[in-house]
Ligand binder design. Structure first.
Ligand code: HEC
Length: 210
């Protein structure tokens, strides 16, 4: 008996249903997502970020940060992400609209960074100190040093006001030298500070205290 027609029908059904479920359905649901107006500021949500932060995302991607850091606050009743204060609400697809390539990540060797900008404060030196030598901040840290994003230069006259201060360990500059961030390091710091999902979205309002 010729079984070829049923074989091809079976193959078609398997690939057809996979295409419907994995390509067509998500495209219909998420393909046309748009930013929503922000009544408070007259801008849009998610907010647009500076050009420096956009450049910083490329540095983030190129240096494999996503291997150890996720950027997704997960669904509340099933995970403790919100209790752990990784964010005030669940991350949804619309949050990634401002990024050309989303980097949600899967592993959390380090913390989730979706809201790093909200908890980091304005201390840019602390961010550079951590990136140049994570063990300057947390002696137990196993995050790699990104010291190659910095220049170690001889102090000429006055120290630079961009110099990273408070560095310890073997990579700390020798007396008379200072560590200054390259453009890539500055962009990466701007990107990290831009990671902030404190704004509400219609499908994911900011959780109120229980
Ligand atoms: C091998 C895994 C690993 C990689 C790769 C890695 N990190 Fe980390 N990161 C960690 C760990 C572990 C911590 C927690 C300990 C610490 O603070 O150093 C951390 C902490 C951080 C923090 C502080 C988070 C907070 O909430 O205080 C920031 C910011 C950060 N990493 C940024 C980066 C950036 C940017 C890159 C890429 C340039 C990167 N990390 C690459 C493991 C990693």
């Amino acid at each position: 008996m010729n079984k070829l027609p049923s074989l091809f029908t079976g193959i078609f059904l398997i690939f057809g249903s996979a295409w419907l479920g994995l390509v067509n359905y998500p495209l219909k649901n998420l393909g046309n997502l748009q930013p929503v107006p922000d009544e408070a500021t007259g801008g849009v949500l998610p907010p647009t970020v500076s050009g420096l932060a956009v450049a910083g995302q490329k540095v983030y991607a190129a240096n494999g940060c996503v291997e150890c850091h996720s950027q997704q606050v997960r669904f509340s009743p099933l995970t403790t992400d919100i209790d752990k204060e990784l964010g005030k609400r669940q991350t949804v697809a619309r949050d990634y609209l401002r990024e050309k390539t989303a980097l949600p990540g899967t592993l959390r060797v380090g913390q989730d960074l979706s809201n790093y900008g909200a908890r980091a404060g304005e201390d840019i030196n602390a961010i550079h100190r951590h990136l140049y030598e994570p063990r300057s901040v947390n002696p137990w840290s196993n995050m790699p040093s990104y010291c190659f994003l910095y220049h170690v230069v001889k102090i000429q006259g006055q120290p630079s006001n961009e110099a990273v201060i408070g560095l310890t360990g073997p990579r700390a500059p020798k007396p008379g030298y200072e560590v200054v961030p390259t453009e890539k390091a500055k962009a990466l710091a701007a990107y990290l500070l831009s990671l902030n999902q404190s704004y509400p979205l219609p499908e994911s309002p900011v959780a109120t205290a229980k």
